[in-house]
Design a protein around this ligand. Structure first.
Ligand SMILES: Cc1cc2nc3c(=O)[nH]c(=O)nc-3n(C[C@H](O)[C@H](O)[C@H](O)COP(=O)(O)OP(=O)(O)OC[C@H]3O[C@@H](n4cnc5c(N)ncnc54)[C@H](O)[C@@H]3O)c2cc1C
Ligand code: FES
Length: 1664
C-alpha cells in the first residue's frame, strides 16, 4: 500500500490518497508523488515514522507483513485530518481535525491482518489520533538528517514525472510523455501495449473514434478504457491485454461533481419527474471516485455549505447562478437526508484504498457488463438517476452522439440502444436532488459478510414521497410516490437480468473447468420492485400496505430471481444461499419501507429500560473494585470512546450511544450521557411525518478492551517484561526483509505454477508450446523434464521417502498419472518476469482422459465414507489401537474409564458409529442390533428411567491459513554443485531434506535460509518445501536464479487448510432431579415422553455424564501430508476438562479428492473443542438445564488429598483462593487429576475451576446474563446470546504429543565489541520468538555483569537468520512450543558461556573498565527444557516431566438482528406507540469477549497477549465468516481470493475484548523459562462465539416459524439427524438445532427461519 499526494486548489498541504499498489499499475501514478511506508518522515524518539514507532510500542506488529500497510493508512488519516484543519478546510470537508473512531474505521477498513486481532493496531492509531492535532506533529520531531518525505513538499507533489514516458522495466521505447500540457499523452507499456492519456473529453472522444475505426472488423477487442483500475480486484481473471489502453481519469469533464439546475432538458426519466418536483440535480462525472462522492455527500449531510460547489454551479453551463444559492441551501433537508444515507452506504463499499481509486463510471460499467454486485447502481437508481453516454463507433454518423438513459435500464442492459458494433463512454450520472420536503424519504442498506470490504449479499434502497397527513383523508398519510431498487446475489452466477449482457459471467465461470485458479463469481440481479411499488402507490402508509407490498415483492418482483437462483444453487448444492439472499433482500425492503412510511416504532418503555443491559455488556469488565489480580495492569488502555451512532442507528443504537465508555490505564467507567436519558414512550409521530427515519444497527465501534498482564518479576528482568518485539519497528516501517525481498541477480527467472483443474481422471498430455511462444517465457518444466536436471538427474519427489509410510510425495503430476485434486502441481513455467510467467502458466494446455479412472471425485466426507476411502491411521499414530468401524487400521480408538458399550446398552442407546453409518451410508452396521432412534432400526428396548440419552450429529468446517505472505522461495545454483535456497518456511530442515531428495544431492550441499516469515499458521510446515523444491530444481535446470512467489489464488487452491470433521455423538446422563415447581417433572424422564414445552426457564439441576461416545471422521485431502496431526489433536483435546466416566472416541481420516489437509493453528484441537462444547449445548437444551451449570457440574474433580496433605493451596477446589505461588519442592507423589481419556494434570496446575469462577466474577457474568435475558425478552428486532466455555490443551507423551518436543540446538557467540549473536532453533513468524530468546539471553548473560549494568540491554543481542548452514537440525517451528524450546536451548548455551567466561576470560579482564562480555567466546548447546538446571525442581509427573496443560476460559456476547414473530405480533398491536423496527437479516456482531488464560509465567506477557488476541480473532473468523467450499463440477476451491474468502477485518472483532492472564499462575519450572504455549490454545476459545450466536439464534426462532434444516434428531435418542449444510442434527421437541460454522449471515438468516418478511407479518396480521 502506498500514498499518493494530491493538491486541491488553494490548499497549502497535500491530501494523501492511499492506494492498493497491486491495483495501481505503475503508469497510473506517473508524474505523481508516491510515498511508501519506508518514505514516511522519521520522528523522535523512534527513528522511524511516528506511526511505525507507535505501532511497535503498542505491540501491534507480529509477523509484520501487513504492518507497513497499516502504517501508511494511519499516517494518511492523521495527515489528512490535520492538513484539512491547517488549511481551514476541515469545515468545508466535514472532516474532524483529528480522526475520530468513525474516520479511523474507514481509514483502516481496507487493511487485513491475520496475526494481531486488530486490538493493538486500533489502540496505537487511536492514541495518535488523540495526539496529532497539527500537521507538524507528524514530522516535527524529525530526527536530524532524516528526510521529510512524508511531509511532502509541494514541489515534489506537483512535479511532473521524469519526462520519460516509458514505464516498463524491459525498456521498450515509447514516445515522450507530457505533463501539464493539454495534449494527449502516449506511453509505451511494453509488450506491444500503449497507454493513451487524453486531457479533454474532446480528445477522448476523437481518440476513441480512431481506435474504434481501426478495430472495426476485428473479433477481439484491441482497446479498452481504464479509469481507477480497481475492476481487476474483482475480476482477477480478466487480463488487461488490449493493445491500447485509454485512461479516462485525466479528463476534467469526467471529474466534475457539482449541483446543477434540473429540467434543463436533460432529465427525461418519467419516474424521476413524476416522483417529485425536481429542482436540482447532482452531476457526477463518471471519473468521480467513490471516496470523493461519499465525502462530498457526507459533507452535504452535515449541512456544511460547499461554497466551491455552489460557485461552480453558478458558472457552469446550466448552472443555477448565484441567485440560486439560497435555493440550493434551501434544499438542505431533502438533500441532507438523502446524502447521509447515500454517503454512509458508499463508505461501506470495498475499503478506503479501493474507494480512493474506484470510479462511479467504472462501477456502473462493471455492473452492466460483468454483473458486479454494485451498491452504486442500487443507490443511484433508487434516487431516479440517469446516465449520460457518448457513443463510440467507427461510423462517423453516430460517433460522438450523446445518449441518455435511466440508470437502472443502463445497468440491466435494457437501454440505451446503441448502433450495431458501437460502444460508449460513460460521461456522467445525474441524480435528481430531493426537494426540501420532509415528506420525501430515502433509505438504503446492505448486508454483507463484513461491515465493509465485502460484496453485498443483498442491498436495497427506497425513495418515498408521502402526502401530508393533515391534508390526506384519515390519520395516515398516503404513499404518493415510491421507488424501490433491490440488488440480490444469485449464487453460482445464475439469474442474469433478462436482456443483460452478462453472458460473460457464465463464460468466465466456465473457465474454471480449465483453470483451478479462476475466481468463481456469483451472479447479481439489480431490479426495480415495480409490483411492490404498485401495491404501495396511493395507499395509506400502514403495516397492511407494507405487507401487501412485500407479498408483491416476493411473488412478482423477486419471483424470477428466486426461481433462477434456486435452480442454479440447487445444482451446485447450495440451496441455503439462494434462500438466504432472497429473504435477506425482502427483509431489507421491509425495513426500508417501515422506515420511510414512518412505521417506526418507538421501543416500549420496557425495551428502553432494558437498554442498561448494553452498558453491562460493554462496560462491566473489571468494573469491580480492583480486579484482584494483584496489581495487574493494562498494557495500553488509554482511550476515550463514545460509542457510535450511525446515520441510521436504531433504538438500540440510540441506547448504546447514550453510553460513554472511558478506558484509561486502570479502569473503565460507564455512565449515561445526561442528555440521553432513557426516554418515555413517545406519542405516535406518523401523522406529522416529521420524525427522522429509523435507525439501523450503527457502524461497529472500534474494538477496545482491557488487558491484564502477568506481573514482571524484578530478579528475572528483562524476562517477564513486556518489551517491544524485536524487529517490529523494521516491520512497521516497511524495512524488514522477507523472502520476497531477497534481491535477485540480473537474468533471474520467475516461476509460475501450472495446476491440474480436475479432481479425477488422468492427465493425458501437456502442451506447453502456447506458453513458450509468449514473450519472456523461457521454458516449461514438468515431471518428464526432471531426468535431465543436474548431473545426476532430479527425482520427481519433494521429500525423502518416509520410513514405513508409503512412497515419497511427488513434486509434479506426470502425464498418465491420476489427477488427485484440482490444484495439483503439474509443472512450472519459467520466464524473465513474474507477469510473463503467470501469463505463460495460463497458456499451458492440459489434456485429461476421463474415460479411465473417471469415477466421480470424492468431494466430501460422506463420499469418502461410502467409498471406504481412508488413510490408515494406526500407521501414523502408532500409540493408538485400531478401531473397527471401517475395517483394519482405518481408524483409531481412544477410550477412557469403564466400558462405553455397557452403558449404551443399559441406556438402550445407539453407538455413535451407528449414527454415522445411518447418516452417511457407510461403515458396517449390525442390523440385528436394535439402534434406538435410528430410522429403520427395530424398536428400542425400554430405557431405565434413571438415564437420559442425547444423541446428535455435528460438523466442523475447514479454514484456510490465509497467511499474508503467500508461499515464496528463491533458489540458485552455487559453487561445487551446491544449491542455495531462501524459503518462507516453518522448517528449513524440511526444505533442505526435500531439495536434497529431489536433486539427489547430499544434505550438506543444500543451504536453506529464512529470515522471517509473514505468517505461517501451519501452512508453511510442509507446503513451503514443495515451492522451494520446484525453485531449486528449476534453478539447477536453467543454471539461473529462480524466484517463485505464489499468487494468492494459486496459493489458496494448491493447499488445503484445516480438516473438516463429521461427528456423531451419543451421551448418556443421569436423570436430572427436577426442582420444585417444574411442571414437566413427572414425565420428563420417560423415554419418548419428554416435555413438549419450550419454556426458557432452566429448572433442573444439572445432570452428570455417565458415558459419551463420539465417532469422528475427518477430511484428509488427496495426499496425507500431516493431516494425521488433526486426528491427534482431536484425541488430545476432546475430553477437555469434563469428568465422563466412560468415554470413547473413534477417529477416521478420510481420503478425498480435495487439496491435502495440513495443520492449521490448533489442528484437531479446535475441532475437538467445538464438538465437546456443542455436546454440552445440546445436552443442556434437551434437558433444559443451564449450559454453564451443566459444564461446571461435570468439571474434573480433584482427587482425595494424598497422605500427607499437600502444603500448597488447592486452587482446584477453592475458588476463592489464588492458585499456587511459585514452585515448592516437587512432592514425590503429587496428586493428579486424570481426564476422561486418561491424561494427567498435576492437581495444582489444574487452574481451570479457579479461572472459571474468577472470570464470572470479574466479568460480572450474572449481570451480563440477566441483561441478555432482559434484552431478549423485550427486544423485538434483535436477539443476543451469551455463553461461556472452558478449554484445555494437552501435554503428555501418552497421547503422542508432548509440549516439549525434545532437544534443540542453540549457538551463542560473544563478539569483541560486547555484542551478542544468537542462532537458535525456530523461525520468527510473528510469535515473538526472537524477542523471547533475546530476553532469556540478556537475563542469563547479565549474571557476569556488575549489578549496576544489569540487565543487559537486549539491543546488544542479535538473532541470526535461521540457516541450515549455521544451525542444522532445527526441525520445524510449530505446536506453539518452539519459543519455549528455543529459550531453553539458548539459556543452556548462555550458561555454558558464563562458565567459560568465568573460567577463562574474566580472570584476565578483572579490574578493567570495560569488564563485561567483550570476550570472543562461543558456546553451543543442545537441549530442552528438561535439561535446564532449574527444571529438576519443576513439577514432575512420572517420567514425562516437564509437561503441562494450557487452560483458559472465555465468554462471548453476540447480537443478532432478528425479527421475532411473537414480537411482530406485539409490534403490530402497538406500532403506533413504537418508533422503530428492524427486520431479520442474519446480521450479527460480537459485542464482547472476555478471556482468562493460564499461560504460566510468560517470558514476554505483551507478546503472549498478542498471541491470545490474535488466535482468538483468527478462530472467530472460522466460527463466523471464513467459508470454504468446493466447486461441485471440478472439485476446485471456490473461495480462492480476497474477493470471496473473508477473514476478520477491523470491523469484525469483538467491540469489547478483555484479556486476563492468570497472574502468579502455578509454575511448571522455577527458572526463567516457565511459560506455556500461547500460539494455538487461545484459538480454541473462539468456539464460545458460536455457542453464544447459537443461543441468540434459538432466541430468534419459535416453533411456529422455524422450518430450518433437519429437526429429526431425537434429543432422547429418538432420531438420528442429518448433518445439513446449515445445521446439524437437532431435536424437534427442544427446538435445538445446531448452528454450524461458519455462521455466515446467510446461514444465520436461514437458521432464524426460511420465511420471508411478508409471510411473517401476514401470519400475525390476522391476530392484530
Ligand atoms: C476489493 C474490492 C471490493 C469491492 N466491493 C464493492 C462493493 O461492495 N460494492 C460495489 O458496488 N463495488 C465494489 N467494488 C467494485 C468497485 O467499486 C469497482 O472496482 C470500481 O467502481 C470500478 O471502478 P474503476 O474506476 O476502478 O474501473 P476500472 O477498473 O478502471 O474499469 C472497469 C471497467 O469499466 C470501464 N470503464 C471505466 N470507466 C469508463 C467510462 N467512463 N466509460 C466507459 N467505460 C468505462 C473499463 O473499460 C472497464 O471495462 C469492489 C472492488 C474491489 C477491488
Ligand atoms: S502482523 Fe498482521 S498479518 Fe501478521
Amino acid at each position: 500500500m502506498v500514498v499518493q499526494s494530491t493538491y486541491a486548489p488553494n490548499d497549502s498541504h497535500p491530501h494523501l490518497r492511499t492506494l492498493n499498489s497491486c491495483l495501481a499499475p505503475v503508469y497510473s501514478v506517473l508524474g505523481r508523488s508516491v510515498i511508501t511506508a519506508e518514505g514516511l518522515p522519521a520522528a523522535e524518539p523512534y527513528g522511524t515514522s511516528l506511526v511505525a514507532g507507535r505501532l511497535s510500542e503498542f505491540h501491534a506488529s507480529q509477523c509484520g507483513y501487513c504492518t507497513p500497510g497499516f502504517t501508511v493508512a494511519c499516517h494518511a488519516a492523521l495527515h489528512n485530518a490535520a492538513a484539512a484543519a491547517a488549511d481551514g478546510g476541515a469545515a468545508a470537508t466535514a472532516m474532524p481535525a483529528t480522526p475520530d473512531d468513525g474516520s479511523l474505521l474507514r481509514a483502516l477498513d481496507g487493511n487485513l491482518c491475520r496475526c494481531t486481532g486488530y486490538r493493538p493496531i486500533v489502540a496505537a492509531c487511536r492514541s495518535l489520533a488523540a495526539e496529532v492535532t497539527d500537521i507538524e506533529d507528524l514530522c516535527r520531531r524529525r530526527t536530524a538528517g532524516a528526510t521529510a518525505a512524508g511531509s511532502i513538499s509541494p514541489v515534489a507533489a506537483t512535479a511532473c514525472g521524469s519526462g520519460t514516458a516509458d514505464v516498463t522495466s524491459s525498456g521498450s521505447s515509447g514516445s515522450s510523455g507530457s505533463c501539464g500540457d493539454s495534449s494527449c499523452t502516449e506511453i509505451s507499456l511494453g509488450s506491444r501495449q500503449v497507454l493513451k492519456v487524453p486531457r479533454s473529453l474532446e480528445q477522448l472522444v476523437s481518440e476513441a473514434g480512431r481506435l474504434a475505426a481501426a478495430a472495426a472488423g476485428r473479433s477481439t477487442p484491441s482497446w479498452r478504457l481504464v479509469a481507477g483500475h480497481t475492476g481487476h480486484g474483482v475480476f482477477k481473471d480478466w487480463p488487461l491485454e488490449e493493445e491500447v489502453l485509454v485512461a479516462v481519469a485525466e479528463v476534467p469533464e469526467l471529474r466534475r461533481l457539482e449541483i446543477m439546475a434540473a429540467n434543463d432538458g436533460l432529465v427525461n426519466c418519467e419516474e424521476a419527474t413524476s416522483a417529485r418536483e425536481v429542482s436540482y440535480h447532482l452531476h457526477i462525472g463518471a471519473c468521480t471516485t467513490l471516496e470523493r462522492l461519499a465525502a462530498h455527500l457526507a459533507h452535504r449531510a452535515q449541512g456544511v455549505a460547499a461554497e466551491e460547489e455552489v460557485a461552480v454551479a453558478a458558472v457552469a453551463p446550466g448552472g443555477t447562478g448565484a441567485d440560486n444559492n439560497s435555493d440550493v441551501a434551501g434544499t438542505a433537508f431533502g438533500v441532507r437526508q438523502w446524502a447521509a444515507e447515500t454517503s454512509a452506504h458508499l463508505y461501506r463499499i470495498a475499503g478506503r484504498h479501493v474507494r480512493n481509486s474506484a470510479t462511479v463510471g467504472g462501477n456502473l460499467v462493471l455492473a452492466r457488463e460483468r454483473s458486479l454486485p454494485s451498491d452504486v447502481a442500487t443507490l443511484l437508481a433508487a434516487a431516479g438517476s440517469e446516465v449520460e453516454l457518448v457513443v463510440v463507433s467507427s461510423d462517423p454518423e453516430t460517433h460522438g452522439s450523446v445518449r441518455r438513459a435511466d440508470l437502472l435500464e443502463f445497468v440491466t442492459g435494457a437501454a440505451p440502444s446503441l448502433p450495431p458494433g458501437a460502444s460508449y463512454i460513460l460521461t456522467a450520472v445525474r441524480v435528481p436532488l430531493p426537494p426540501a420536503d420532509p415528506r420525501v424519504r430515502f433509505w438504503s442498506h446492505r448486508i454483507a459478510e463484513r461491515y465493509s470490504n465485502a460484496a453485498a449479499v443483498a442491498n436495497a434502497a427506497v425513495l418515498v414521497r408521502l402526502s401530508a397527513a393533515e391534508e390526506a383523508e384519515g390519520p395516515r398519510p398516503v404513499v404518493e410516490e415510491v421507488r424501490i431498487v433491490v440488488g440480490v446475489r444469485t449464487p453460482g452466477g445464475g439469474a442474469s437480468a433478462p436482456g443483460a449482457p452478462h453472458d460473460s459471467l457464465s463464460e468466465h465461470n466456465a473457465a474454471k473447468l480449465k483453470d483451478a485458479t479462476v475466481v468463481l463469481l456469483d451472479g447479481w440481479q439489480c431490479l426495480r420492485a415495480k409490483a411492490a411499488e404498485a401495491a404501495l402507490r396511493n395507499q395509506a402508509a400502514t403495516a397492511a400496505t407494507v405487507v401487501a407490498a412485500l407479498e408483491a415483492l416476493a411473488a412478482t418482483d423477486l419471483a424470477e430471481v428466486t426461481a433462477a437462483a434456486s435452480a442454479t444453487a440447487a445444482a451446485a448444492g447450495d440451496e441455503e444461499k439462494a434462500v438466504a439472499a432472497v429473504t435477506i433482500a425482502q427483509g431489507l425492503v421491509a425495513q426500508g419501507l417501515m422506515a420511510c412510511l414512518g412505521l417506526s416504532p418507538t421501543p416500549p418503555a420496557a425495551e428502553i429500560q432494558a437498554a442498561p443491559g448494553v452498558d453491562v455488556i460493554k462496560a462491566a469488565a473489571g468494573v469491580e473494585n480492583g480486579d484482584g489480580d494483584g496489581g495487574a495492569d493494562c498494557v495500553h488502555g488509554a482511550a476515550k470512546v463514545a460509542v457510535h451512532e450511525g446515520v441510521n442507528g436504531d433504538a438500540d443504537g440510540a441506547a448504546e450511544a447514550a453510553v460513554i465508555i472511558s478506558a484509561n490505564g486502570h479502569g473503565i467507567t460507564a455512565h449515561s450521557r445526561p442528555d440521553q436519558q432513557p426516554q418515555q414512550p413517545q406519542q405516535p409521530q406518523c401523522s406529522s411525518m416529521s420524525s427522522p427515519p429509523p435507525r439501523r444497527m450503527p457502524p461497529p465501534p472500534l474494538v477496545e478492551g482491557r488487558q491484564f498482564l502477568t506481573d514482571a518479576v524484578p530478579e528475572l528482568l528483562p524476562v517477564t517484561q513486556p518489551v517491544p518485539k524485536l524487529g517490529s519497528k523494521l516491520q512497521a516501517s516497511g524495512t524488514a526483509l522477507y523472502t520476497e525481498d531477497v534481491p535477485v541477480h540480473r537474468g533471474a527467472l520467475y516461476g509460475a505454477f501450472v495446476l491440474s483443474a480436475r479432481a479425477c481422471g488422468r492427465l493425458a498430455g501437456i502442451d506447453a508450446s502456447p506458453a513458450v511462444s509468449l514473450p519472456g517465457v523461457v521454458r516449461f518444466l514438468g515431471a518428464s523434464d526432471l531426468a535431465g536436471v543436474g548431473p545426476g538427474g532430479a527425482l520427481n519427489a519433494c521429500e525423502k521417502p518416509p520410513v514405513g509410510a508409503g512412497a515419497a510425495e511427488k513434486t509434479f503430476l506426470e502425464v498418465g498419472g491420476k489427477c488427485e485434486f484440482a490444484g495439483q502441481l503439474v509443472g512450472v513455467v519459467l520466464a524473465d518476469s513474474h507477469v510473463a510467467a503467470q501469463r505463460g502458466a495460463k497458456a499451458v494446455h492440459l489434456m485429461y482422459d476421463t474415460s479411465t479412472d473417471g469415477d466421480a471425485p470424492l468431494l466430501s466426507i460422506a463420499d469418502a465414507v461410502r467409498a471406504r476411502s481412508f488413510y490408515q491411521l494406526p500407521g501414523l499414530l502408532p500409540s493408538f489401537p485400531s478401531g473397527n468401524t471401517y475395517g483394519d487400521k482405518n481408524s483409531v480408538l481412544s477410550k477412557g474409564g469403564s466400558d462405553v458399550d455397557k452403558v449404551l446398552s443399559t441406556a438402550a442407546a445407539p453407538a455413535a458409529a451407528a449414527l454415522t453409518a445411518a447418516a452417511l451410508g457407510g461403515g458396517e452396521r449390525d442390523e440385528s442390533t436394535a439402534i434406538a432412534g435410528v430410522p429403520g432400526s427395530a424398536s428400542p428396548p425400554p430405557r431405565p428411567s434413571t438415564l437420559r440419552v442425547v444423541c446428535g450429529r455435528y460438523f466442523t468446517p475447514s479454514q484456510l491459513h490465509f497467511y499474508m505472505e503467500t508461499q515464496s522461495a528463491v533458489a540458485w545454483p552455487d559453487e561445487d554443485g551446491c544449491v542455495v535456497v531462501h524459503s518462507s518456511c516453518q522448517g528449513p530442515d524440511f526444505v533442505q531434506g526435500g531439495v536434497s531428495a529431489a536433486l539427489q544431492l547430499p544434505l550438506n550441499k543444500v543451504l536453506v535460509r529464512c529470515r522471517r516469515v509473514g505468517g505461517g499458521f501451519g501452512g508453511k510446515l510442509t507446503f513451503a518445501r514443495r515451492v522451494a523444491v520446484v525453485a531449486a530444481v528449476a534453478a539447477v535446470a536453467t543454471g539461473r536464479q529462480v524466484r517463485i512467489s505464489v499468487p494468492r489464488n494459486t496459493d489458496a487452491v494448491m493447499w488445503g487448510g484445516r480438516c473438516e470433521t463429521d461427528v456423531s455423538y451419543v451421551a448418556v446422563l443421569d436423570d436430572c432431579p427436577a426442582e420444585d415447581g417444574d411442571p414437566d417433572a413427572s414425565s420428563s424422564n420417560v423415554h419418548g415422553q419428554q416435555d413438549q414445552t419450550s419454556s426458557p426457564h432452566q429448572r433442573r439441576a444439572p445432570p452428570r455424564f455417565r458415558a459419551l461416545d463420539i465417532h469422528a471422521v475427518m477430511m484428509g485431502g488427496a495426499q496425507k501430508d500431516i493431516s494425521f496431526i488433526d486426528a491427534m489433536g482431536m484425541i488430545a483435546a476432546v475430553d477437555s476438562v469434563y469428568d465422563i466416566p466412560a468415554f470413547r472416541l473413534e477417529v477416521a481420516l478420510a481420503r478425498c479428492n480435495l487439496p491435502p489437509r495440513t495443520a492449521v493453528r490448533g489442528p484437531g484441537e479446535i475441532n475437538a473443542t467445538m464438538v465437546i462444547e456443542q455436546i454440552m449445548e445440546h445436552v443442556a437444551a434437551e434437558l433444559k438445564v443451564d449450559p454453564e451449570a451443566l459444564r461446571e457440574a461435570n468439571f474434573l474433580k480433584a482427587p482425595p488429598p494424598p497422605p500427607p496433605p499437600s502444603p500448597e493451596p488447592d486452587c482446584a477446589n477453592d475458588v476463592a483462593t489464588a492458585p499456587g505461588q511459585g514452585v515448592a519442592a516437587a512432592a514425590p507423589m503429587e496428586p493428579v487429576v486424570t481426564t476422561a481419556l486418561g491424561k494427567t494434570i498435576p492437581l495444582r496446575q489444574y487452574t481451570l475451576p479457579y479461572m472459571w469462577s474468577r472470570l464470572q466474577r470479574v466479568a460480572d457474568w450474572e449481570r451480563i446474563k440477566a441483561a441478555v435475558e432482559s434484552f431478549n425478552a423485550t427486544s423485538p428486532w434483535r436477539k443476543r446470546g451469551v455463553a461461556m466455555i472452558p478449554t484445555r490443551r494437552v501435554g503428555g507423551a501418552a497421547q503422542g504429543y508432548t509440549m516439549y518436543r525434545g532437544k534443540k540446538p542453540a549457538y551463542v557467540s560473544l563478539l569483541q565489541d560486547g555484542t551478542v549473536q544468537v542462532a537458535c532453533h525456530g523461525v520468527e513468524m510473528g510469535q515473538g520468538l526472537w524477542t523471547k530468546v533475546a530476553q532469556v539471553a540478556a537475563l542469563t548473560l547479565s549474571e557476569v555483569l556488575p549489578h549496576s549494568r544489569r540487565p543487559l540491554d537486549i539491543s546488544f543481542i542479535r538473532i541470526c537468520d535461521n540457516s541450515t548452514e549455521l544451525l542444522p537440525h532445527s526441525g520445524v517451528t510449530g505446536a506453539s512450543t518452539t519459543s519455549e524450546i528455543a529459550c531453553a536451548a539458548v539459556r543452556l548455551a548462555c550458561l555454558q558461556l558464563l562458565k567459560n567466561l568465568r573460567e577463562f576470560a574474566l580472570p584476565k579482564m578483572a579490574g578493567r573498565e570495560d569488564f563485561g562480555l567483550r570476550a570472543p567466546l562461543s558456546a553451543f548447546a543442545w537441549g530442552g527444557q528438561s535439561d535446564l538446571p532449574e527444571s529438576s525442581r519443576g513439577v514432575a509427573v512420572g517420567p514425562l516431566a516437564p509437561q503441562y496443560h494450557v487452560m483458559g476460559v472465555a465468554l462471548g456476547v453476540v447480537e443478532l438482528s432478528a425479527f421475532h414473530p411473537t414480537h411482530i405480533k406485539r409490534f403490530l398491536k402497538t406500532f403506533l406507540h413504537l418508533r422503530q423496527v428492524d427486520i431479520l437479516t442474519g446480521d450479527r456482531r460480537v459485542l464482547r469477549s472476555d478471556i482468562m488464560f493460564d499461560l504460566g509465567r510468560p517470558v514476554n506477557p505483551a507478546v503472549d497477549l498478542g498471541q491470545v488476541e490474535g488466535a482468538f480473532v483468527q478462530g472467530l473468523g472460522m466460527m463466523l465468516q471464513e467459508e470454504v467450499t468446493y466447486d461441485s463440477t471440478t472439485g476446485a476451491l471456490v473461495q480462492n481470493s480476497t474477493w470471496n474468502y473473508k477473514p476478520p477485518s477491523v470491523s469484525c472483532v469483538p467491540q469489547q475484548l478483555n484479556v486476563h492472564m492468570l497472574n502468579d499462575a502455578p509454575l511448571a519450572s522455577e527458572g526463567p523459562v516457565s511459560s506455556k504455549a500461547c500460539g494455538e490454545p487461545p484459538l480454541l476459545l473462539s468456539a464460545v462465539v458460536l455457542a453464544a450466536l447459537q443461543r441468540a439464534t434459538a432466541a430468534a426462532r419459535t416453533a411456529t416459524s422455524t422450518s430450518v434444516g433437519s429437526t429429526s434428531n431425537g434429543g432422547d435418542g429418538s432420531g438420528a439427524g442429518q448433518v445439513m449444510k446449515g445445521s446439524g442434527g437437532g431435536s424437534a421437541r427442544s427446538g435445538f438445532v445446531p448452528l454450524l460454522a461458519p455462521a455466515t449471515v446467510e446461514r444465520v438468516r436461514v437458521m432464524c427461519g426460511r420465511e420471508g418478511a411478508a409471510e411473517i407479518i401476514k401470519r400475525n396480521l390476522s391476530n392484530w
